[in-house]
Design a protein around this ligand. Sequence first.
Ligand code: I3P
Length: 132
Amino acid sequence: EISPAGVGIKTLDKAGVLHRTKTVDKGKRLRKKHWSTSWTVLEGGILTFFKDSKASAAGGLRQPLKLSTPEYTVDLRGASLSWAPKDKSSRKNVLELRSRDGSEYLIQHDSEAIISTWHKAIGEGIQELSAD
Ligand code: I3P
């Protein structure tokens, strides 16, 4: 994006607090499912899940990003996103994200409205990258 001053600026697509768990690591299914609540940022075609922390859970949009450490970064290029089949989780509103390198993540929020905005934003991120 080009600002009025003509300077290229990085666009933050979306940020917020989500529940997430990694289920497959580069093709290898992980034995134990461990849900974490984390600050999550979608920016420049990359989805970053920050480390689980109370600050992350409580911080909402005010969370100072520089105080968090990324735990997983998912390159959306070649990724796919769908609603998780019921057998993947007992939770409601669960999205399944598969990365091109064969890792899988479940992403969940109790609010259908909030998870729907993430569905849209991540889906659009994937679409934009496939158009390059
Ligand atoms: C798991 C934990 C997860 C649950 C998972 C359980 O137990 O309760 O939250 O996933 O269900 O196995 P534990 O903590 O003992 O590992 P969901 O919340 O997504 O249902 P699963 O085995 O059906 O994946």
